[in-house]
Each structure stands twice: as C-alpha cells, then as structure tokens.
Write a protein that binds this ligand. Structure first.
Ligand code: NAD
Length: 365
C-alpha cells in the first residue's frame, strides 16, 4: 500500500530545566498585556511568586480539581473577562491545562460553555492565546488539541483545534515535587499514549518515531523517578517522554486501554493514568503483532511478553490497582458495555466487542 499521511504540530515547544524563567518574555512575545494564570491549589503560592516577577499576570484562578469540572472552566473564563485579560497560562497537570484550554477557548467571545461542551454550539472562531506549562510528566496535553472535562459525572474528551496551545513551556524541574504514586500514574499515562498512538488504526510514521522513543524513555527512567523524585535526569527524561507521548497520540488518537479507562475512572474512581495502566499490559498481549514486536526490539526488549511484564512490574512496584477485586464490587456487564461502546475502542487494531472485553477482564480476576 502506498504511504500517505498528514502531519501537523503547531505548538511552539520550549523545553529545559529552568525554562519557566522565560514565561514573562514569552507572554510579552505573544503581545499580551494582561494574562490569567490557571493552576490548582497546590501551585497557588508558586503562581503568586511569579505574579511578583511578571507584571503581565493580572489574575490567578486556582480552583482546579482533579477530573476538572465544567463549573471550574466557567469560573476561570468569567475571571478572564472580569480582569480583561488577553492571554491564558495553564500551569499544572492535565486537569489544569485542560481547564485553561477550555477557558481560553470560550472567554474571548463569552461563549456558552455548556452548549460548547454538549456540542450543540460550535466553539467560537477566536480565542485567547494559551501557554501550557506541565508540572506532571504524563498527559502530553501541552501538545494536543484535547481537553478532558466533566459535567457532573459525564466525563468528555473533546478534540478540537481550538484547544491547541500556542506555546508549551516544559520545565522538568517543576515535576520534582510530584509524589511517587502520581509519578507512576502519570508516567504510565505517557507510556499508554505512546503505545496506543503506535498501535492505533490511524498510526503514522512521524508519530511512530515519537512513540518508540517515548516508550524507551519511560522504560529507562520511570522506576528511578518513582524511587527518587529528586533525580533531575530521570525527571527530564520523563518530561520528554510525556511530551513525545503527547505527540504520539495527538493525531492517531488512543485506543483500547483509554476506552476502558473512562468507565474505570467514572465508576471506580481510578486516576486517569492508573485507569489506563489497568488494562495496558493486557492490550499489549492482545494487540501483539509484528509492528509491536519491532517497537519492542527497538527499545531493547526481547518482545511483547517482556513489555507486558515490565508494565506489570511498574504497577506492582507502586501498588496500583491491578485486579478486579482491587476495584471492589464490579458490575462487569456495565464495565464491558461502556468500554465497548466508547469511540476510542474503534481505534484498537484488534476488534474488541463486549465478549472479548469480558474475557480480558475475567483474566484480571
Ligand atoms: P492532575 O492534573 O489531575 O494532577 C494530579 C495531582 O498531582 C493533583 O493533586 C495535583 O495537585 C498534583 N500535582 C500536579 N503537579 C504537581 C507537582 N509538580 N508537584 C506535586 N503535585 C503536583 O493529573 P494529570 O495526570 O497530570 O492529569 C490528568 C487529567 O488530564 C485527567 O483529567 C485526564 O483525563 C486528562 N488528560 C488530558 C489529556 C489531553 O491531551 N488533554 C491527555 C491525557 C489525560
């Protein structure tokens, strides 16, 4: 078959330990006179310290929750309008960056957030420029046009060019304070992005190259970052892995383990990375083919069995939930039904209907 693909990555990326120091000059370079910083409570005092140094920071919104809600987006967008900003900066994990992306998309034209969330109104044509500054090494949200937002219990992944950040400042030093378990969850999220982008039905060569390197970096650095969070070299490599993981799935999109992660997060409250990791090694075995064997050999593994075993060992090391009994009382019918009908399941290279998913989950009993 002739090789054909369309690749684009419009985000300007500034990577390096200490690169957060460039935030002030980057805000000026955007032509912004006043900007809103979106963060979570953990980063409030750091954002206030930045405000003292960067006069363009006009307001700080620090009420972002994990699994961010649309209500938080609406409050952030209101603050942006009230304080008459002309740019938005999201400093935090995926929850924060996704809130900042959505707020930047709706605030300029005062769009109806709920109508945009539900897809009954299109997102406005113009939006504020947006700077994404990740403080976890996992989601890759800094280079994707995805925002994952919940309205009550409805968690939605919205994929729209309006969410593409203008600039990503990736400073690995900002991840030094991430606790071990979150380090593991987010690191396995990066691994899941790389593997799922690679085996997605829509995979393509440039994303594949990013995926292979991201998998190699996670395998070589996640355990060290987990055991010793102060190891800056491991943190740098994990920040790079997360960035490349984002670039691996940004165009091909994710597949089976992400489709399963939605009911696992919604009904059993697993954090996003842990929810993806729950089935990741199962999907490595299910999706094993010559392409995946090639990836394994390129990252120095003997094959797909070793890759699955290494993922399992990382989960076990951090005490992540791995079996159905770890989840408590499980409604297996609903879990399989919800995972099977999730749109991302259609991207999995092996067709996974409810019966196939039941077999997979029963093996995790
Ligand atoms: P998160 O943003 O929810 O943060 C997890 C926890 O880590 C929070 O308590 C936060 O306060 C803390 N934290 C963040 N940075 C820290 C630091 N430097 N030091 C100490 N603690 C810190 O977690 P996440 O895994 O980064 O993001 C998950 C969210 O991102 C989910 O909603 C998921 O669905 C979404 N997501 C989005 C994309 C995308 O492309 N937009 C991709 C994958 C996941």
């Amino acid at each position: 078959m002739a090789l054909e693909f369309l690749y684009r990555q419009p985000v300007k990326i500034r990577f390096g330990s200490g690169s957060i120091r460039t935030l002030g000059e980057e805000i000026k370079a955007l032509g912004a006179a006043r900007c809103l910083v979106v963060c979570d409570r953990f980063l409030r005092s750091a954002a206030e310290a930045m405000q003292k140094e960067i006069p363009e920071i006009a307001a700080i919104f620090s009420d972002v929750e994990e699994n961010p809600q649309l209500s938080g987006v609406i409050k952030a967008a209101e603050l942006a309008r009230e304080t008459q900003v002309d740019a938005v900066v999201g400093i935090g994990g995926g929850s924060t960056m996704d809130t900042a992306k959505f707020a930047a998309a709706i605030a300029k034209e005062n769009a109806d957030a709920l109508a945009c969330f539900k897809g009954v109104s299109p997102f406005p044509k113009t939006r504020f420029p947006m700077i994404a500054v990740p403080t976890t090494a996992g989601t890759g949200s800094e280079v994707t046009q995805v925002s994952v937002i919940s309205n009550g219990s409805e968690k939605k992944t919205i994929n729209n060019p309006v969410f593409m950040p203008t600039l990503a400042i990736v400073d690995p030093k900002l991840t030094l304070t991430v606790p071990p378990r979150t380090t593991m969850n987010t690191g396995l999220d990066a691994m899941a992005h790389a593997l799922e982008g690679y085996w997605s039905r829509n995979h393509q060569p440039i994303s594949d190259v990013c995926a292979i390197e991201a998998v190699r970096l996670v395998l070589e650095n996640l355990e060290t970052a987990y055991r010793d969070g102060s190891d800056l070299a491991a943190r740098e490599n994990m920040s790079l892995a997360a960035l490349l993981g984002g670039m691996s799935f940004a165009l091909p999109k994710t597949a089976g383990s992400h489709a399963c992660s939605y009911p696992l997060s919604e009904d059993y409250h697993l954090p996003h990375g842990e929810a993806c990791a729950f089935t990741l090694d199962s999907f490595v075995r299910i999706n094993a083919d010559e392409r995946l064997e090639t990836l394994c050999r390129r990252v120095g593994l003997s094959g797909t069995d070793e890759l699955a075993d290494r993922i399992k060992a990382l989960k076990r090391l951090a005490g992540l939930r791995m079996t159905l009994s770890d989840l408590g009382a499980v409604d297996l019918d609903k879990l399989c039904r919800d995972a099977a009908k999730h749109p991302l399941m259609g991207n999995n290279p092996v067709v996974m209907d409810e019966r196939a998913l039941r077999r997979m989950f029963e093996a995790l009993a």
